[in-house]
Structure formats: C-alpha cells, structure tokens
Design a protein around this ligand. Structure first.
Ligand SMILES: C[S@@+](CC[C@H](N)C(=O)[O-])C[C@H]1O[C@@H](n2cnc3c(N)ncnc32)[C@H](O)[C@@H]1O
Length: 407
C-alpha cells in the first residue's frame, strides 16, 4: 500500500470530484482526503499505475508518492538530508538532477526551496557527486512541462514539500500530465473551432470521468458539436455516441473522430456512432435504456459581447431551462437505470451579480436526482457546487452530476 498525493489543476474542486468518481469507477476501494485547496491524498495498492492514472484524469497535474512524513516542519538542513538520502546516484559521468516544488501552490516564490536546493547540492558535493537543480519559474511549483523537459522522472527526481496543518509530507513525483502531447493533439485535430463555444479537452475529460461507473461502456453527447466530449470518451475506450441538430457539427465531429481513431497509439479504441437529430427527439432514434452514461454541454445561449442586463439573463434562463428539461427527459429515456448524466448549464455574469439556469425542481419529475461525487471525500464540509470558469468570462459553466433513478 502506498500513500499517493494528487496535485489538482486549475479547477481544484472539479478535479477532486473527478478523482473521487474515477477511484469508484476503477474500484480502488479507498478513502480520498483533501489535504489543502490543491492536493489530495489517496491510499492505494500496488496495482494502481500512476502513469496510466495521470494520463486518464483530466484534472490531476502530478501524482507523487509520500516518502517521509513528519509531525512538524523540519529545518531546511534536515529536509535537504532527507532528499539526499532518496536521490539515486547518477550514472557515471552525469550530474544528479533534482527539482523541488512546495504545496499548497501559490503565486509567490518560496525562498526556502532555493535554500534547500543549495543545501542538497552542498551535501552531494561532500559525497563527490555533482548535481544540478531545477526550481519553479513562476510561483512555488514546477510545471508539468518543466518536469518533462528536465526528464526529472526518468533521469532525476522531483520532490514535493507539502505543508499540511503543521506537518510536512515529503513526496516524490511518479507521473505528470503529458501536457505537450495533449496540446499537440488539440492543435493537430482537423476541425478545431465551430462558431459556438468550445469545451477545453481537459474539462471534457473531467466530465467524462464524472459520468463513468465501473461498467460504463457507452456514452452519449446529444449536443456533440465538433466532438470534444466524444473524443475524450473514445480515448478512455468508451463507445461514443454523439448527436446534434447541425449536419455541419456532425461532419466536424466525424472528421475529428476518424483522425483520432486512425492514430494507432491510442489504447482500447472503440468505434463511434453519430446521429442527426435534435436532442428533444433523441428517443425516436435510440432504443430506451441503451446507453450507460451521458455528458453534454448544450447550447448555452448566444455568444455575448457584453454582460447581459438582469432581465435578459432571467428570460434567457427560462427559455433555456425549458429546452434543457426536454433534452434531459429524452436522455433519461435512453439512459440505463442508475446511469449518470453530466450536464453543463450556464451562469450569466450580469451587471448585478450572477444569474443561472436552475433545474432543481424539474429533476425529480424527469427521474433524475443530483449525485454528489464528493460525498465520501474527507476534508469536504458542505455541498459545494461544481463550476468551471475563467477570469472575466461572461458565461460560467455549472456542472450538474445527475443519476437516473434505478427502476
Ligand atoms: C455549445 S455547443 C457544444 C459544443 C461542444 N461541447 C464542443 O465543444 O464542440 C452546442 C451544440 O449544440 C447544437 N444544438 C443546439 N441546439 C440543439 C438541439 N436542440 N438539439 C441538438 N443539438 C443542438 C449546436 O448545433 C452545437 O453544435
């Protein structure tokens, strides 16, 4: 059994919810604890492969193994000795390379990192070992790109110093998100941008993992657009079923999926299916109870060049909530009992605060209830809603995780 630290990305609560749902889908049978805003700890057995796990999660940036735990924060010299003890000797003629990060992540630089790094270098010099260290360019954590560029996992080491209450956890990074590979895939895909809003692939991956259960084999996106969600499902080996009312969107999705699936590097590729239909008529085209899960970002309203006036935000929300209710009722018909549906709704930033679509009272009538993926996570006090936003965005995304009532 190992204690792993998961470093959570830009949207830490959503990333944590994804991790909790993922651990259930993978049947890890473990408790997950939030240790701070952006790290979580998980006890796992040796069957869990950090490389594979970090590649399959959208919101986890690094996975590290705890190598030392002390009930106080030791002085820099002691921490440096702990690190020296853990460093593998470099191969002949090479320098030992190590990197340091501290958590929780912050924008300001942590001067003790530099101090510890110099002490490690000095201690190594006394042992006749030449070394080189890598420190964060910005803030106090090394980026995944820095870890990859400096080959810290294969030919060196990165150590994380996590301060939790008054304790220190020293962890060694086992795997980082393959950021360059992912960015490259996103840049190279045939159709990048339709007129309508685009979900970032990492967010789409998080949503797919939130919808997954141990036996999820198929996943539907009834507003599939250019297929961002479908591609992420396909990369996880899930049979992707997309529908859209626009033929242009469907041909974009087809080009993207064909391109993705032609690349033999991806594991477990499954074929996909695309259907030309409005979401409101979905059950005419798919058999009842035939789909395991659904993930969708529906039409979120017209593109906005300025904040909406409050009245317009209210009327638009009512209009959208009618369409969403009809689409959800159709999803419910084709989804198998107990199947999960992750549904994005908009929150509009108005001049007088936020206004969003509220579906709460419609859900029980349709046969859905809200499912809280964080319910068994330690260190979470109350039900926080899952959102995704970027600074100055006019439309924020609220993420609803729904479960269809078992029959
Ligand atoms: C917000 S976009 C989805 C974008 C998608 N997540 C992506 O990143 O490519 C909405 C999509 O919904 C489609 N759409 C809008 N209203 C629809 C409806 N009533 N039924 C089915 N599709 C609809 C549009 O054609 C568009 O492709």
């Amino acid at each position: 059994v190992a204690q792993l630290i998961f470093c959570l990305g830009r949207e830490p609560l959503l990333s944590l919810a994804e991790l909790c749902s993922y651990s259930e889908a993978e049947e890890w049978n473990t408790a997950i604890s939030r240790l701070g805003t952006d790290i979580a700890s998980v006890q796992v057995d040796s069957a869990v492969d950090p490389q594979r796990t970090v590649r399959r999660l959208g919101g986890t940036v690094k996975i590290a193994e705890v190598v030392e735990q002390s009930d106080h924060v030791p002085d820099p010299g002691t921490i440096a000795s702990m690190i020296v003890e853990r460093l593998r000797p470099p191969s002949p003629g090479r320098k030992a390379v190590f990197g340091l990060s501290s958590y929780p992540a912050s924008r300001s630089q942590d001067n003790t990192l530099k101090q510890i790094a110099s002490l490690v270098k000095k201690q190594l010099e006394q042992e006749q070992v030449a070394s080189r260290y890598v420190l964060p360019i910005r803030g106090n954590t090394l980026s995944s790109a820095q870890v990859i560029e400096n080959q810290l996992i294969m030919n060196g080491a990165e150590f994380l110093l996590a301060r939790v209450d008054n304790q220190l956890l020293l962890a060694q990074t086992m795997a980082v998100q393959p950021v360059t590979e992912e960015a490259d895939r996103d840049m190279r895909k045939p159709v990048r941008r339709l007129r309508e809003g685009l979900l970032p692939p990492k967010v789409a991956r998080m949503l797919v993992n939130l919808a997954r259960k141990p036996d999820t084999r198929s996943l539907l996106d009834p507003f599939c657009g250019s297929g961002v969600v479908l591609m992420e499902a396909a990369l996880l080996g899930i049979h992707a079923v997309g529908s859209d009312r626009s033929g242009e969107a469907l041909s974009a999705a087809r080009r993207n999926l064909d391109w993705l699936l032609a690349d033999a590097k991806h594991e477990d590729n499954q074929p996909y299916r695309l259907i030309h239909t409005k979401a409101e008529n979905l059950s005419l085209r798919l058999p009842p109870l035939s789909i395991d899960a659904a993930v969708t970002e529906p039409y979120l309203g017209p593109p906005l060049s300025a904040a909406l006036p409050v009245d317009r935000a209210k009327s638009l929300s009512i209009e959208l909530s009618k369409m969403y209710t009809r689409a959800l009722a159709e999803i419910r018909i084709v989804l198998r009992p107990g199947g999960r549906c992750v549904f994005v709704t908009p929150i509009f930033r108005t001049a007088k605060g936020f206004h969003g679509v509220n579906l709460t009272k419609h859900l029980p009538l349709i046969g859905f209830h809200e499912y809280n993926p964080l319910r068994s996570c330690r260190g979470i006090n109350e039900r926080e809603s899952l959102c995704h936003s970027r600074p100055r965005q006019r439309v924020l995304r609220r993420i609803l995780v729904l479960e269809s009532r078992p029959e």
